[in-house]
Ligand binder design. Sequence first.
Ligand SMILES: [Ca+2]
Length: 456
Amino acid sequence: MEIFIILPVLCALTLLLLIGGRNAKQLNIVFMVADDYGQACLCIVIRSDDIYPHGALLPQQAVCSPFNKPFLPQYLKKLGYETHAIGKWHLGFCKWECTPTYRGFDSFYGFYQGAEQYYNRTVAGGKDFRDDKQPIMPDTTKYSTYVYADRARKVISQHDKSKPFYLYFPFQSVHEPIEVPVSYENMYSNIKNEGRRKYSGMVTAMDDLVGNVTAALKENGMYDDTLFVFTADNGGWPLYHGNNYPLRGGKVTIYEGGTRATAFISGKGLEKTGYTYNGMMHAVDWMPTILSAAGGTPEKDIDGIDQWESLRTGAPSKRTECIYNLDDMNPPLQGHAAIRVGDYKLIEGYPGLYPGWYKPETETINLQTKQNYINTTNDERYPKQGNVKWLGRELYNLKDDPYEHHDLSLSHLDIAEELSKKMAEYHKQMIPANSPKGSVASNPQNFDGYWSPGWC
Ligand SMILES: [Ca+2]
């Protein structure tokens, strides 16, 4: 697969930039985001009127991504783009105004929730699949990556070539449930652990999906004018066979294993190519960066920083600090805050479950029994449950110690204090999370078995 190259990223981005070239016409842009892919979904929105809930948005919650800021495709449409989304939405769906085709996408094909079954396309007691607004159920004997590949081929082949093309492709892969066709699993017969073997197959199925997109772009004469971005929303989840080693921790921790994602950029518009970019970048930077690549001018009063010029030319990052998360919720899953300034990272609160280092070859979870990882790996300093807020503090130098082995919070007390003060300033700007209790009105049985808008 020519464009599938993996390197760590998110706060402290490492990017590989390939094949470049200048262009006069507007770029086509394919923005691919893998889910729970090896190296956290700690998405935060500050200075917003209606903040995203703690952790993951649940299907029964009457809330969606805030309306006070336009979405990227809304800006892109003003620049003449055709805009398509394929895959996972997970930005809320309780009313139509929350859903993709009301938020800047000309088309949508996928599911509204954060995860679902790869064949029967159900989650939490409801079916979940849409073609634009229409509830549908693709062939349930067909693995989802094949279904998404068919859709990608369709939107690419039907695209009006006189217009620039934007495809937002938030993959279902490789989030649990751990399901993959046996042909993919068999590619990894050397891996003894069943879950890890299947997860590895899922990664390869995702890789093939990327290959299908690039092949379709080539067949339709669009490839040479396309900029590709591949990244992940968070690290792998050890409980479901994701692995982030040698980084510490995984999804639901604030350590780098949960928060340092994977990325590359390839294609049209890049001036300097074939190198690894080590500048700092946060997930929120992608919106203004992609908008800038498309020829737009990002608004100034947003958290994201336009990094296009830096990535395009290899210039230093415009970002010198970033917030990983600010969350007042109690343990065990959340209740932590972290900030990076330069090479230093300060963690305050409970860092999250699975706080250790897990080598893939020692991975022992059995898919059937789901032997509990937490019991064997959790650090005794952290409470396993209950509402006791852990008031710990850790400081790491990520340049010298990227794997977070050496806590410097006592030996470098002055730096810890400085970062703590800075984080407190961010905390003052934070608007409390809007995380309502679930509503019975959301019940899919009210909507012919499908998770559907129309209840908030
Ligand atoms: Ca995720």
